[in-house]
Design a protein around this ligand. Structure first.
Ligand code: PLP
Length: 416
């Protein structure tokens, strides 16, 4: 007989392996100060490229004021209960309607957290007789939703329409026997690589196969599309997305999330999404703050213009000096380098301590062994000087990496 804690001692988990060398350096780092392009890390000011504060709303004075006024007026406790019981309000309903209109859908539903919300939406949509077909690089929350499904599930190769079609054929064979339906799941913008889901390609397959499409547009809502209404809007296929998901955790710079779709589907989900019906409703300040954020996104084109001016300058500039940005066609900017975890760690320490640049580093097992990705998130609050300085600094650390400056067996963080 064992002890469930035994495995913890033997195996810290795929990411826990870095705990020994990270020391709060690149795992659980503490950024301090007001959210902006400059914050403090280990007591020193750094230029921050790690926050999904795409439109710069996190610290916008009108947003801060709306949040503070709502907190003063309602407190954090209201409403005191789940939506179905005692958690409903006019403001919740208003925000749902405005969000739905923003993403060109007739109806919307708030979720108190994106992760639990969408996981449970996937669960609510699927019965044992149904089949789910999902992109191999789907976010953990989608995969967890799929894990709860008691029927068949098929994974298609990331953004590969041939692979999707093959899996749709299998899925069709299954549902012909069970009498169920097929749900295809993908993302609008994949948050690590920055590539858009091939929504157009998927929608084209609707002519040949009978399925419904769910799109997680966490990184796309508020960044993509002519009116910031997401990646479906960007690709001109928003109408063909049956269940659209967006979170407030990124461009909205808040907490909470929503789904949007046909009224009958949204009504069904309001009564059947377990993580929502058995959990407390979104607090009023988050709802009132959501309305203010939406107003700014809708009515002030400068947020979108500022974001995209920085995105274009950063991505073009990095490419011009020879950096490989992979497949991104969104603001997410992954800079690809080669090296092992020790080199990556030493390089990140150098970037943070000596260049004063704070960005996220993505290592194995999230990416293949030997690949280092420095992931930059450009925002509307960055400046052209920030962009220029970062491109020059990245060129310098690439040079140092090539010359073996980071090729030490010991991790710099262990030394500091
Ligand atoms: C693609 C994607 N889906 C869902 C989520 C979860 O959203 P939330 O942070 O609102 O729980 C995230 C991360 O925030 C994400 O990147």
């Amino acid at each position: 007989m064992g002890d469930i804690f035994d495995k913890i001692k033997k195996n810290p988990g795929p990411l826990g392996q870095y705990a020994a060398v990270a020391h709060g350096y690149f795992a659980f780092p503490k950024l301090e100060g007001e959210i902006s392009n400059r914050m403090k890390f280990r007591g020193k000011e750094v230029l921050v490229w790690s926050l999904n504060n795409y439109l710069g709303l996190a610290n916008h004075p009108e947003v801060r004021q709306a949040d503070a006024e709502a907190a003063h007026k309602y407190g954090l406790s209201l409403p005191m209960g789940a939506r179905m019981m005692t958690g409903e309000s006019d403001l919740h309903e208003q925000l749902e309607q405005e969000l739905a209109a923003f993403v060109d859908k007739p109806a919307g539903m708030l979720l108190n957290y994106g992760y639990q919300g969408i996981m449970s939406v996937v669960d609510a949509l699927l019965g044992r007789q149904d089949v789910v077909v999902y992109d191999a690089e789907s976010h953990a929350c989608l995969v967890d939703g799929v894990r709860m499904h008691l029927g068949k599930r098929f994974m298609f190769k990331h953004n590969d329409m041939e692979s999707l079609e093959k899996q749709l054929k299998h899925a069709t064979g299954v549902v012909e026997k069970t009498g169920g339906g097929i749900l295809v799941i993908t993302e609008g913008v994949f948050g690590m690589a920055g590539d858009q889901g091939d929504l157009k390609g998927i929608v084209a397959l609707k002519k040949k196969y009978n399925f419904r499409l769910l799109v997680d547009d966490a990184h796309g809502v508020g960044t993509m599309g002519p009116r910031l209404g997401g990646t479906g809007q960007e690709q001109g296929v928003q109408d063909e997305i049956d269940v659209y998901f967006g979170t407030f955790a990124k461009s909205f710079a808040s907490i909470g999330a929503f789904i949007a779709g046909a009224p009958e589907i949204i009504t069904f989900l309001k009564y059947n999404t377990r993580s929502q019906i058995f959990a407390k409703s979104l607090p009023m300040p988050l709802v009132a703050g959501g309305l203010m954020r939406l107003e700014l996104m809708r009515d002030r084109p400068e947020f979108k213009e500022n974001l995209w001016r920085i995105v274009k300058a950063l991505q073009q500039g990095l490419k011009e000096v020879g950096f490989d940005l992979g497949k991104t066609n969104s603001p997410v900017t992954p800079v690809h380098l080669s090296g092992g975890p020790a080199e990556a760690s030493n390089l990140v320490v150098d970037l943070r301590e000596n260049f004063g640049i704070f960005c996220s580093v993505v290592l194995y097992p999230v990416v293949p062994k030997g690949v280092i990705i420095l992931r930059l998130i450009p925002t509307a609050v960055h400046t052209m000087e920030d962009v220029q300085y970062t491109i020059e600094s990245f060129a310098k650390v690439r040079e140092k990496l090539a010359q073996g400056a980071y090729d030490k067996e010991r991790y710099a963080v262990e030394l500091s």
